[in-house]
Design a protein around this ligand. Sequence first.
Ligand code: SAM
Ligand code: CA
Length: 264
Amino acid sequence: MESKSLNQGQQFSFRELVKQILRNLGLEQVARKLRESLLGGTQSSGKSLGLSDHLSVYLQSTSLREHESLAQLRQETEQHPFGIMQTPPEEGQFIALLIQLIGAKKTLEVGVFTGYSTLAVALALPPDGKIIACDISEEDTAIARRYWQKAGVAHKIDLHLAPALSTLDRLLAEGSANTFDFAFIDADKQNYDNYYERLLQLVRPGGLIAIDNVLWAGRVADPANQEAETTAIRSLNQKIHHDSRVVISLLPIADGLTLAMKKT
Ligand code: SAM
Ligand code: CA
């Protein structure tokens, strides 16, 4: 078991201390599973589902054009106890391509963590582009803010530290319906349907909603799996399949990404 001793006088943050205790008790994996369940992990270990390690290395080495700040953030987040939640780089690059394809200027992000997908979007937006980013973790988004500053895109990102549903409801109450070009859903899985319904109102006709982790490491296709997160994603997948308000495609990139364009 990996172990790091606490040197005298060494400064550890509260998270470092918890991490150290869990590591020494052999509970880090248990904590990781719990956090993934509660907060929505990617379950994809930094690569796309179903790809061998070998092919994933090939894909990344022959197609990634990762901005220096994204690469540094990815490396730092890999050391985070819950780093598995980070968006894989090929997915970040794909989302950035979508942003440019649709000429997005105003976007929403539900689930920021240490800020990888938000940074990928911010770098792809034009200079006057804006992101409303929602999360509840001050500690993890402090890492995000650091990299947004470093990359020179912090002015494009408006971080709302509150349950995302309240932020989305407030935007609706303030009259922001039909004004967003793009939205990315990547937070707590049991609220996915609630986020989808709010975002369908907030994006403009022709706007795009991207929903992450829709294959949930394959568990959605296992009828015996009745875990709350799995059933939430499974029923949203079914609902979207028959939802005549959107044009859809479910892509097997990362842990599964559904694209839903609001019909004009
Ligand atoms: N998109 C991120 C990235 O690229 O690294 C990963 C997001 S991570 C899978 C899920 C995030 O959702 C966590 O940072 C967690 O704090 C946040 N979250 C969980 N419940 C939430 C809620 N009710 N409202 C807002 N954010 C929430
Ligand atoms: Ca995810």
